[in-house]
Design a protein around this ligand. Structure first.
Ligand SMILES: Nc1ncnc2c1ncn2[C@@H]1O[C@H](COP(=O)(O)OP(=O)(O)O)[C@@H](O)[C@H]1O
Ligand SMILES: [Mg+2]
Length: 260
């Protein structure tokens, strides 16, 4: 059964500012997308779901396990794929990095090696096992980071902008890979094509969920919102320019009096 992620009366405050406010949210779908402008609260929402940050008020739970009280158990069920793979690759050698999480879970050495080999093979990167993480390209590093999460067999994986640094071919490959994974995935992204086949998409605007729907209508709302914001910003720039008409004139005057 797909895990049940729940938020009740949640706020997150940072530097005295409320950066996320969610009254009630239940996520039970296999594929959930999260979109929104930079700073709208996508990463904050994802981090809450894994207990990486605690809510300032309210409660976050996964299948009834509280992310604050039952943090260890939550993190066993929920994996986090960071925006920057460098934040999560901890061991110099790829194979060791993949096996690292299993060591923490107390899995014996032989089983660790076998599981690491299986997951590398599944992701089509078995040839990278003996490489150093530092020698990998950005896309390869992203796949190694994903392998390190998947090897722990979490029921849910939270992806924070997983295709942000990938080229088109690799983004499409990631999309296909994700489609074949038997996990619940919550994906924050600016790659709207990635969300086409998703079950549900949340649209965040300044820390509030302003749309929650199937991808079609949710993304239409997001596009409309972005267009509105852009229009307001353009108006503000125009108003600013109109308030300073002398700039061009002053320059012309300066040039006209400057000696040759
Ligand atoms: N460690 C922090 N300290 C202060 N403010 C933060 C911190 N992390 C995030 N924020 C603020 O919270 C808001 C939401 O950030 P974030 O969730 O990272 O947005 P997104 O992932 O959508 O770009 C932003 O205004 C950001 O500046
Ligand atoms: Mg973010």
């Amino acid at each position: 059964m797909t895990p049940r992620l729940e938020l009740d009366d949640v706020t997150v405050r940072r530097d005295g500012r409320t950066v996320l406010r969610v009254e009630r949210l239940r996520l039970t779908e296999r594929r959930v997308g999260v979109v929104g402008a930079n700073g709208s609260g996508k990463s904050t929402l994802l981090r809450l779901l894994d207990g990486l940050i605690d809510p300032s008020t309210g409660r976050v739970s996964i299948d009834g396990l509280d992310t604050v009280r039952d943090g260890r158990q939550v993190r066993r069920r929920v994996g986090f794929c960071f925006q920057d793979p460098a934040d999560q690759i901890v061991m110099p050698l790829v194979a060791d990095d993949i096996a690292f999480g299993l060591k923490n879970q107390g899995v014996p050495t032989s089983a660790r090696e076998a599981r690491a080999a299986t997951v590398l093979d599944r992701l089509g990167i078995a040839h990278l096992a003996s490489r150093t993480a530092a020698s990998l390209s950005g896309g390869e590093r992203q796949l190694v980071a994903l392998a390190a999460v998947l090897v722990c067999e979490p029921a849910t994986v939270l992806f924070d902008e997983p295709t942000g640094t990938l080229d088109l071919v690799r983004s499409l490959r990631f999309s296909r890979l994700l489609a074949g994974l038997d996990i619940q995935a919550v994906v924050a992204t600016h790659d709207l094509d990635l969300l086409e086949d998703f079950d549900r998409v949340l649209v965040l605007d300044r820390g509030v969920i302003v749309a929650d729907d199937r991808p079609g209508p949710a993304l239409a709302r997001y596009r409309a919102l972005a267009a509105e914001t852009q229009a307001v910003e353009a108006q503000a720039v125009e108003a600013q320019v109109a308030e300073t008409p002398a700039v061009g004139t002053r320059r012309a005057e300066t040039f006209s009096v400057s000696p040759r």
